[in-house]
Design a protein around this ligand. Structure first.
Ligand code: PRP
Length: 177
C-alpha cells in the first residue's frame, strides 16, 4: 500500500467489547426459551455480529443478508439493493436483525418491510451504531451499542470505499486519506 493512513480511534476495542457483552446479556435474557434466528446484514455487520453471537448464551441459527446502498460513496444512493437473500424461511421464528449502523434508516426500513412480509413470530433490531443526525425514517432500535455524532466512521466492519473493515476499533478518517 502506497498511501499512509492514520485513522483516529473514536471507539476503542475495549469499549466495544464492553457494550457487545452488555447487549448479548440482554438478548440472552429476552430470548430465553425461544428459538432465535440471527440475521447478519453484510457486509458491515460481520464483525459485530460475530462478536455478539459468541456472547449470546442461547442456541441460535445464523443467517446472512447482503444489501447495498452506499457503493463506494459516503452518501447513500437512496435505493437499497438486495444482493443476497436468506437461505431459510423465517415464518413463525423469532428474528434478530443485526446491523452495523443506522444512518438515514433507509436500509433497516427496507429490511424490516421485507422480513415482516415473511411472517416471523417477532422481529427486533440490534445495531452497533446509531447516527441520529441523519435519520430520515422512523426506525425502532431494540439493542443499541453506541449513539454517535455526525462523523463518517470506519473500522470494526465499516468501510470507506471497501477499505478499513478489518480495523479492530471504530475510527474516523483524517484528512488526506
Ligand atoms: C451501510 C451499513 C448499513 C447502511 C446504513 O451499508 O452497513 O447497512 O449502510 O445506512 P442507512 O441507514 O443510511 O441505510 P452499505 O450500503 O455501505 O453496505 P456494506 O454494509 O456492505 O458496507
Amino acid at each position: 500500500m502506497n498511501d499512509i493512513y492514520t485513522p483516529e480511534v473514536y471507539i476503542s476495542e475495549e469499549e466495544i467489547a464492553r457494550r457487545v457483552l452488555s447487549l448479548a446479556t440482554s438478548i440472552t435474557k429476552d430470548y430465553a426459551n425461544s428459538e432465535l434466528v440471527v440475521i447478519c446484514v453484510l457486509k458491515g455487520a460481520f464483525i459485530f455480529c460475530s462478536d455478539l453471537i459468541k456472547k449470546i448464551q442461547l442456541p441460535l441459527q445464523l443467517e446472512f443478508l447482503a444489501v447495498s446502498s452506499y457503493g463506494d460513496s459516503q452518501v447513500s444512493s437512496g435505493r437499497v439493493r438486495l444482493e443476497m437473500d436468506l437461505t431459510c424461511s423465517i415464518e413463525g421464528k423469532h428474528v434478530l436483525l443485526v446491523e452495523d449502523i443506522v444512518d438515514s434508516g433507509l436500509t433497516v426500513n427496507y429490511l424490516k418491510t421485507l422480513l415482516l412480509a415473511r411472517h416471523p413470530a417477532s422481529l427486533k433490531l440490534a445495531t452497533l451504531l446509531y447516527k441520529p443526525s441523519n435519520l430520515k425514517y422512523d426506525v425502532q432500535i431494540d439493542y443499541l451499542a453506541f449513539e454517535i455524532e455526525d462523523k463518517f466512521v470506519i473500522g470494526y466492519g465499516l468501510d470507506y470505499a471497501g477499505r478499513y473493515r478489518e480495523l479492530p476499533f471504530i475510527g474516523i478518517l483524517n484528512a488526506g486519506h
